[in-house]
Design a protein. Structure first.
Length: 307
């Protein structure tokens, strides 16, 4: 029914899951994560309760294998369950019920577990582990996605593809949940969910970079002052990288033009605004609203759009 990878990033302590299945909305069922506590994949004929109850046990200091045994021993249909748990220190435990639909199985490595059921072959999860372990040094999200792609390329779910999830939380226990959730992406219904969630991960990264610029004091919020050439250059480079990913979405281009205007690089700002307005005329009145909110002086706007 599903193939998944859960892991703890040895570099940062973050926990992550990537999963794909031929079922609607896998993201609401399979993956359960808590910053600094651990990650759980519950699948096959899924007992969703394994997720929150397993996190409760990890939070109490119960070891992953003991937590897994407690959940399985207390279940009324363990033979059709598949469960994997990674605890705060990266310790792994997994279980595949004897009556899970074949091909089914799981493998574990250093702070990583791969598992699947209803698969085209056992090569699916084997390929996932190999892809993850061979990509050491790459960003954590990329490693999870490479594993998911390897599983799909090895045959994936025997029934086909429909939904996927990619979620990462930090290793910081006790922080604000909205600050410690690093990535939270779902594809609920798509003919190629692995490709789509990989695309969304790139778009998410682009908007993260855009947001870092948009919400930066002095650079974009408040008075433009004491901004070094290095800081401005880094922000413009980040916006250019976002523009390359976002394509026809003009958000990063618009805010780059605003930033150039704030930095008194008027010719560049005017040229980019002209490009944005040609491609999307609705951005022109929006600029007036942005100016009224204080991001760029109205008189500056009047000069830039007349150039």
């Amino acid at each position: 029914m599903t193939f998944s990878i859960i892991a703890r990033d040895p570099e940062t302590g973050a926990f992550g899951i990537a999963c794909e299945t031929h079922f609607f909305g896998v993201g609401r069922l399979v993956g359960w994560l808590e910053p600094g506590v651990g990650v759980i994949a519950t699948q096959a004929f899924v007992n969703v309760g394994f997720g929150p109850r397993g996190l409760d046990l990890l939070r109490e200091g119960i070891a992953p294998q003991d937590a897994l045994s407690s959940l399985i021993d207390g279940d009324d249909a363990p033979d059709v369950r598949q469960l994997a748990i990674i605890g705060p220190d990266g310790t792994v435990a997994n279980f595949t019920g004897a009556k899970c639909v074949q091909s089914a199985g799981a493998l574990s490595g250093d702070q990583v577990s791969v598992q699947g059921n209803m698969l085209a072959s056992h090569d699916v999860y084997r390929s996932m582990l190999e892809a993850y372990e061979s990509s050491a040094g790459e960003p954590f999200a990329k490693r999870l996605l490479l594993a998911l792609r390897a599983g799909e390329d090895a045959g994936g779910d025997a029934r086909g593809s429909q939904s996927a999830v990619l979620k990462i939380v930090s290793g910081n226990r006790g922080g604000n949940a909205w600050e410690e959730t690093l990535l939270d992406l779902r594809v609920d219904d798509h003919p190629d969910p692995v490709t789509e969630i990989t695309r969304l991960a790139e778009v998410s990264g682009a908007f993260d970079a855009l947001g870092d610029v948009m919400f930066a004091p002095r650079l974009m919020l408040g008075e433009y002052e004491d901004v070094s050439d290095e800081e401005l250059g880094g922000a413009l480079d980040a916006l250019d990288s976002a523009r390359a990913i976002l394509g026809d979405n003009l958000e990063a281009s618009f805010w780059k033009a605003v930033l150039l205007g704030r930095a008194d690089r008027d010719a560049e700002s005017a040229a980019l605004f002209a490009e944005v307005f040609e491609r999307g005329p609705h951005w022109r009145p929006y600029l007036d609203s942005v100016a009224a909110a204080g991001f760029i002086a109205p008189e500056k706007v009047a000069a830039l759009v007349s150039k």
